[in-house]
Design a protein around this ligand. Structure first.
Ligand code: OFO
Length: 168
């Protein structure tokens, strides 16, 4: 049986994951409008992974006899100044998510909730990987600058991204 406090923290995080998916679908649309299919694919896969994160938390909360209290999901940003802006906003958002994941892990320890502490370790590692991925892409974009051929090659590279296999 999960405490009310931990249940509320996981509920809020579940809604943040859905917001993340909403945000990345919005960025995907931005790229589809520009006919940059590789960038669009990258953010579509990113959005799908966020849905998978929400689903993992949904399943976990039910497993520990908790429940989701449904809330409205905020509208995502829809105006982006540039390719770089989409990645900067994504990195900033992932850092925000990391802070919340860490707060949940800390609260779980304080609560003596070792199951939730253990469950969220996967998300701790996932955030390390997501932030690193965004930083790498921002560095590549800086190198590319205004070089259209290099941008074309990055678009092709991002076309190769595939969704991770869902794990239990
Ligand atoms: Fe973008 O990561 Fe979920 O948690």
């Amino acid at each position: 049986m999960i405490s009310n406090n931990m249940q509320k923290l996981i509920n809020d995080q579940y809604h943040r994951e859905l917001f993340s998916a909403h945000m990345y679908f919005s960025i995907c649309s931005y790229y589809l409008d520009k006919d940059l299919d590789g960038f669009a694919n990258f953010f579509r896969v990113q959005a799908e992974e966020e849905l998978m994160h929400a689903l993992k938390q949904f399943d976990y909360l039910h497993q520990v006899d908790g429940k989701i209290t449904y809330q409205a999901i905020d509208a995502p940003p829809t105006d982006f100044e540039s390719i770089m802006d989409t990645f900067n906003q994504t990195l900033e958002h992932e850092r925000y998510i990391t802070r919340h994941i860490h707060a949940i892990v800390k609260a779980a320890l304080e609560d003596g909730d070792f199951a939730t502490h253990n469950f969220f370790q996967w998300f701790v590692q996932e955030q390390v990987e997501e932030e690193a991925l965004m930083r790498t892409l921002i560095a590549k974009l800086k190198l590319i600058g205004n070089n259209k051929s290099a941008l074309y090659l990055l678009n092709e590279e991002l076309m190769q991204r595939k969704p991770e296999e869902a794990t239990a």
